[in-house]
Design a protein around this ligand. Structure first.
Ligand SMILES: [Zn+2]
Length: 404
């Protein structure tokens, strides 16, 4: 999942975002970073107020109708694979319906923990609506749902339908699932087909292409060869759609850079390296390529990690939680930055679940406020400055309906 924190305008962003601010970015030439951030914040606040008072009910009504229609078209009919019938996936429509009825693992919303499943055991019913309400209560007004599989894309679409003002989604096949593109589970054609359905929508929930990338930490999930094949095949697709990228790279920096560098000129929207945990030098190399950098609790584990976070240029920074994973460590160098943080809502162990309360060990979006506190503390700058920069960068990249 994606993100940010509490601002003076009480708006927080949980991950990042298309480029509605191109005009303003042009007008901001000559301003320093702080002035740009302040200008953006005023603009965002004005737009949100305008949207809320004047246009939102009309827009939301139309959006919901469009999404319902879309769900019907995806789930209620056999897709048209006429683009390339010879590569039609071996997944039958009936199987797709079964998969839909029994969600499988993906990321964020689609993760087991958000279905109430821990270590393979169902402990409670799904409570994602409560998770979103808790996020909104700390000022987190936008949430990006990351997609790891094609089945996950359908589940995320359903959440975006329920929460059209708050939830947006990415689409792509994560490196862990790279082999599924070639073993009949899904296909590049299915990915393109879904994108062609989602992209033309007037208020499309689709804001980024990903997660795609490389992860050599868990090679048992997918080997290097198939990961690289899936990454390159999806980069080719990315060049045909006008979307920013949502990228995952872990223990694979050099191969990642070597593979993506030739595509950079064909990907004008750039992208974000999410959940970044590499070295400071790697982070700066990715910034040089033009990418934004997004961090969460997993980026705060060691003093070396915090040095990397300190060095992220403010105009490239975005914030996220990567919930339900990547909790902020409960001990270590990060603790000093959280001494003033307001307490989190009450939490209980999974087996003692109470609807409306957090679950111990399961990260969620309302923690974004603390992610912002750590980054501000590490950088030695005001919380508001970090929040405003991350919000502005996310809205610049992904749009998130802020200026519509
Ligand atoms: Zn990831």
């Amino acid at each position: 999942m994606f993100g940010c924190a509490p601002t003076t305008s009480n708006v927080v962003l949980e991950p990042a975002y298309r480029t509605p601010f191109h005009d303003e970015a042009c007008n901001m030439e000559g301003l320093d970073v702080t002035q740009q951030v302040n200008a953006r914040r005023r603009s965002v606040r004005a737009r949100i107020i305008g949207l809320g008072l004047l246009r939102r009910p009309v827009i939301v009504g139309k959006f919901e109708a469009a999404i319902s229609q879309l769900c019907d078209s995806i789930i209620g009919s056999t897709p048209d694979w006429s683009d390339d019938n010879s590569k039609r996936p071996r997944v039958s429509f009936r199987r797709l319906q079964r998969l839909k009825a029994r969600p499988k693992i993906a990321v964020t919303y689609t993760a087991n923990e958000f279905q109430g499943i821990y270590r393979g055991k169902k402990q409670h019913d799904e409570d994602f609506d409560e998770v979103i309400k808790r996020a909104e209560a700390v000022g987190c007004s936008k949430i990006m749902l990351t997609t790891m599989t094609m089945q996950g894309a359908r589940q995320n679409l359903e959440v975006c339908t329920r929460w059209p003002k708050t939830c947006y989604m990415t689409i792509g096949v994560h490196p862990y699932h790279a082999a599924e593109l070639y073993d009949g589970t899904t296909s590049l054609q299915e990915l393109v087909h879904l994108m062609k359905l989602l992209m033309p929508m007037e208020k499309s929930p689709l804001v980024a292409f990903g997660e795609i990338g490389l992860d050599y930490f868990y090679l048992e999930r997918a080997g290097k060869d198939v990961q690289q094949r899936a990454f390159l095949d999806q980069l080719e697709i990315a060049t045909t759609f006008d979307l920013p990228l949502f990228l995952h790279v872990r223990d694979a920096y050099q191969d990642f850079v070597d593979l993506i560098r030739p595509y950079m000129s064909k990907l004008p929207q750039g992208g974000i390296i999410h959940s970044f945990v590499g070295t400071k030098e790697e982070m700066l190399g990715l910034v040089d390529l033009g990418f934004g950098i997004s961090v969460n609790g997993v980026s705060f584990k060691t003093a070396e990690h915090l040095d990397m976070v300190r060095a992220i240029p403010l105009d490239k920074l975005q914030l996220e939680t990567d919930a339900p994973w990547c909790e902020i460590p409960g001990s270590g160098p990060v603790i000093e930055y959280l001494s003033d943080a307001p307490p989190l809502p009450m939490s209980r162990k999974p087996g003692k679940f109470v609807r409306g309360q957090m679950v111990k060990g399961r990260n969620e979006s309302c923690v974004i406020e603390r992610v912002a506190r750590v980054v501000a503390g590490v950088k030695g700058i005001p919380l508001e400055e970090v929040v405003a920069a991350a919000w502005g960068n996310s809205v610049d990249m992904f749009g998130l309906g802020v200026n519509e």
